[in-house]
Write a protein that binds this ligand. Structure first.
Ligand SMILES: Nc1ncnc2c1ncn2[C@@H]1O[C@H](COP(=O)(O)OP(=O)(O)OP(=O)(O)O)[C@@H](O)[C@H]1O
Length: 292
């Protein structure tokens, strides 16, 4: 079974003639990786996460891979006819746990998030923060292969926020993929394997998480990698922007002074990447479809 989740040339718009919220999106989420999605309000982050969680279908393009997925939505429907532990136990059994295992997992997650005292409280009577703790617990309960968190930290108290960061680290260490949106730039700072910004309906790989990139003229490099491969980390460190324009084909911008380092990182990767074109910035890079 393919455990990667892939979005291939995905577009989404609402309504027949609505504007495209997302278009030409390529994204691969690999087991054991942490991915951050950022962008302005209304840029399409939640739309993207719903597609990743397969709660919504793309208008065009396709989503492949079926990892066992759990999702924490921006707004959790708290008016459910359950107690907190009843709800979690019920969900646990839906995820294939026995009733006993589900009840004990529910109890232990409620304890971790400091919500054990509310285990028998009807969901409709929980405070916003407490019901958010239940939302997070339901997602973690069955050790998902892909965990999708849409502003899941919002409304949690400090201890629960820390606990959720720990739970995310545990998930990726256990080989799960985690993708998250959060408006606090300090959230899991330094931890993501990749950070993408949703801008103008597209996805841009952010590459400025390390030391500030050198300034000066840029070189545009178009490269093609093995299907589904992520750019080698040594290459990512040198580029100022990266965009997957068709599956496996990436358009990179690199300070001209660092283009040799980038090319070396790509050509010495195992397996090596194919360099399609190298152009000074400001020119139109060679259309990868037209390469020999
Ligand atoms: N169900 C829907 N029907 C119609 N339009 C929608 C729907 N969901 C989202 N949109 C529109 O899609 C665009 C992107 O919304 P989305 O919620 O994905 O953005 P976002 O980046 O998550 O925003 P925020 O940071 O404010 O949460 C917005 O213009 C929004 O109005």
């Amino acid at each position: 079974m393919q455990r990667d989740l892939r979005l291939v040339e995905v577009g989404r718009r609402y309504g027949l003639r609505g504007p495209w919220v997302l278009r030409g999106i390529h994204l691969t989420l690999t087991p054991g990786t942490l991915t951050r999605i950022e962008g302005d309000n209304g840029s399409g982050k939640s739309t993207l996460l719903r597609l990743v969680a397969r709660l919504d279908a793309p208008t065009e393009g396709r989503v492949t891979g079926r990892p066992r997925t759990a999702y924490v939505p921006e707004r959790f429907p708290s008016a459910l006819p359950f107690t907190a532990s009843g709800y979690l136990t019920h969900l646990g059994t839906i995820h294939g746990l026995s009733r006993k295992t589900a009840a004990s997992a529910a109890q232990s997650w409620l304890e971790r998030f400091g919500a054990a005292a509310y285990a028998t409280t009807p969901m409709s009577r929980l405070s916003k923060g407490s019901s958010q703790k239940v939302a997070v617990a339901q997602a973690l309960l069955a050790d998902p292969e892909l965990l999708v968190l849409d502003e899941a930290w919002t409304g949690l108290d400090a201890a629960a926020r820390d606990e959720l960061e720990r739970a995310v680290a545990e998930r990726t260490a256990a080989g799960g993929a985690v993708v998250f949106v959060d408006h606090d730039p300090r959230r899991l700072a330094g931890a993501p394997d990749a950070t993408y910004t949703v801008v103008d309906g597209g996805l841009k790989l952010r590459t400025d998480s390390g030391s500030p990139p050198p300034t000066g003229p840029l070189t545009r490099v178009t490269v093609q990698g093995p299907p589904g491969a992520q750019l080698p980390p040594d290459a990512v460190r040198t580029v100022t922007s990266a965009q997957e324009i068709t599956p496996g084909v990436h358009r990179l911008a690199v300070p001209a002074s660092h283009s040799d380092v980038l090319l070396r990182a790509l050509l010495t990767a195992r397996p090596p990447w194919h360099v399609v074109s190298v152009e000074p910035d400001g020119t139109t890079p060679l259309d990868p479809g037209s390469r020999p």
